[in-house]
Design a protein around this ligand. Sequence first.
Ligand code: UTP
Length: 272
Amino acid sequence: MIKKCLFPAAGYGTRFLPATKAIPKEMLPVLTKPLLQYGVEEAISAGCDTMAIVTSKYKKAIEDHFDTNTDIEKSISGSSKEILLTEVNSMIEHCTFSYTRQVEMKGLGHAILTGQTLIGNEPFAVILADDLCDNIDVSVLSQMTSLHEKYPDCCIVAIEEIPEKDTNKYGVISGEKITDNIFRVNDMVEKPEPKDAPSNLAIIGRYILTPEIFEVIKTTKPGKGGEIQITDALMTLAKEGKVLAYKFDGKRFDCGSVDGFVEATNYFYNKG
Ligand code: UTP
């Protein structure tokens, strides 16, 4: 059973400047809730109780958010606003939050390796909080942890179909179909131009990884953009048949982009 969820949250969030100059991208709110809090909610729904967060020196607000704020609590105590902190306070009470800092932003693969010290030697989930997911019943991560129980030796990446013109924004896979929504991956390419893309199946920010990945990342050379890419590390395991891609049920918003962020805000506002 997967208990730990890793949140790589050290990136600069340059697409959201100037907002992200002093505020971490992961703390930008959709309505009144920061993106990272939605992510923690999803991790809890999948049975995780340990949140391992990779931060940086610019991201102190994240640690403060998952801690008590006695001044605010005192000021709203006994008022109708008390309820606004119930959810995050319950997270603080029931989960462990631990942090480590990525000192140089060398890419997502490197951020995940930085988290090894918090994860240890067990399978774990990864949530990129800027990919905000919503579901009617079972959360995307929950769907993936159930699949992991069937395939405990495999890493799993969540995928969705994207317009062909957008392949250069994602890791793109191809694979052999096991069922309508599960593929055994045999190729993955980071941000290919549409003409070089192996398919239009893009990896989104949800992963289940086996601890084997850490050793693989250590030997993975910088790839696209000079960064250590998780896609390249996973490709090494895919060659051994150890990576599955899962077409999830639900909606995903790319809140790392302004368009996706606005779309998510409208969606959650209308959902009420
Ligand atoms: P992104 O590439 O979407 O985030 O990385 P970014 O680099 O912060 O955004 P832009 O492109 O400059 O606007 C996906 C996730 O990986 C984390 C980011 O924080 C984000 O959650 N990440 C990325 C790290 O933790 N470390 C890195 O070195 C790179």
